[in-house]
Design a protein around this ligand. Structure first.
Ligand SMILES: C[S@@+](CC[C@H](N)C(=O)[O-])C[C@H]1O[C@@H](n2cnc3c(N)ncnc32)[C@H](O)[C@@H]1O
Length: 311
């Protein structure tokens, strides 16, 4: 590999095409890992971005581990070839916490780098990655009994990345909230939640103290209704066209009455880069593909958003 690689991007399973669509200077693809000659960008569809990766010429497994340790302490392996040798290098490195995350918890302050073995004597390693999770995979301790569906994991991930969570005394509006996975998370955090949906909440969530529900079309809900009430968090997981969502969310942003907004942008078939760019251009916000997102992106406009993904 002779050309200079300035960035690498890990695609989520089945989501290589939208990521490739965002990138320039691609020189090669190694399973899910894309190498590029262009400086790293906050690619929406990347599960992890490797900034300024470097090639390390390695003489042995010990030499590889020593070179990585000289760069920093914590590493995760992306293995697509020579799995045994790559694993032996990993085993020579200081241990990192690989247990599922207990929500809520804060992200480790120590950076997590990524490396891969390109051939027997060449590593590609980046000490500066966008995701605090190994290969961007946010695995949480799951609750099989409390929430009515698995959507709660998406909110766990979004809030963990945000670095702040709803707290007791906060008022949250949860649009497109049924059957109630997100409302269940908010309720568990002791915040008050008003869920809006055309379909009812699951009774196990609807009956929780601190949860209220209105059956209505999400898009009739406008900031004017809350003139005298501060909204600490606006959550939206409505299935709808991204353009319709953008026009509606802009009203909320312009009203300035929500401290924090987290919203899923859902795509039908091919994703549309121009609408993702429009969301990302809203000041103080980010667009990310979360590990728990499928063919969708998450838009976050969170006060004091932790800057771990900033370049
Ligand atoms: C992906 S589900 C939401 C899951 C939810 N966040 C949870 O944690 O359980 C999408 C929801 O959007 C609702 N929805 C779609 N269009 C809507 C609209 N125009 N107004 C209100 N709800 C809508 C659907 O009824 C559905 O419950």
């Amino acid at each position: 590999m002779t050309c200079e690689i300035k960035s690498a991007y890990l695609a989520a399973e089945g989501l290589m095409d939208p990521l490739l669509n965002e990138l320039e200077g691609v020189t090669s693809v190694h399973d899910q890992l894309i190498l590029s000659t262009q400086p790293a960008k906050n690619a929406f569809w990347a599960q992890n971005v490797w900034r300024n990766p470097q090639f390390l010429n390695i003489k042995s497994i010990n030499d590889a581990a020593n070179q990585l340790k000289a760069l920093q302490r914590n590493w995760c392996l992306y293995s697509y070839t020579l799995h045994r040798r790559a694993q032996l290098i990993l085993e020579k490195l200081p241990p990192t916490n690989s247990k599922p995350i207990c929500f809520p918890s804060s992200i480790s302050a120590y950076p997590l780098g990524s490396f891969t073995l390109l051939d027997e004597n060449t590593l590609l390693a980046s000490a500066d990655c966008s995701s605090p999770f190994p290969n961007g995979e946010a695995h949480f301790i799951e609750d099989k009994n409390g929430p009515p569906n698995r959507a709660y994991l998406k909110l766990y991930e979004a809030l963990t990345l945000s670095g702040i969570i709803p707290k007791s005394g906060d008022f949250c509006v949860d649009v497109g909230g049924s059957p109630g996975g997100w409302a269940w998370v908010i309720n568990n955090l002791s915040a008050e939640v008003l869920s809006i949906d055309r379909s009812p909440l699951s009774p196990s969530v609807a009956n929780l103290a601190g949860v209220s529900f209105q059956k209505r079309d999400a898009f009739t809900l406008l900031p004017e209704e809350f003139e005298n009430r501060r909204i600490d968090w606006l959550f939206c997981d409505v299935i709808c066209y991204p353009e319709k969502l953008y026009d509606w969310i802009l009203k909320w942003v312009e009203s300035g009455i929500c401290k924090n907004i987290i919203c899923t942008i859902k795509f039908k078939g091919e994703s549309d880069l121009s609408i993702a760019n429009k969301f990302a251009a809203i000041p103080g916000s980010r667009v990310r593909h979360l590990f728990h997102n499928k063919n969708e992106l998450t838009w976050l406009k969170v006060r004091d958003f932790s800057d771990y993904q900033q370049h």
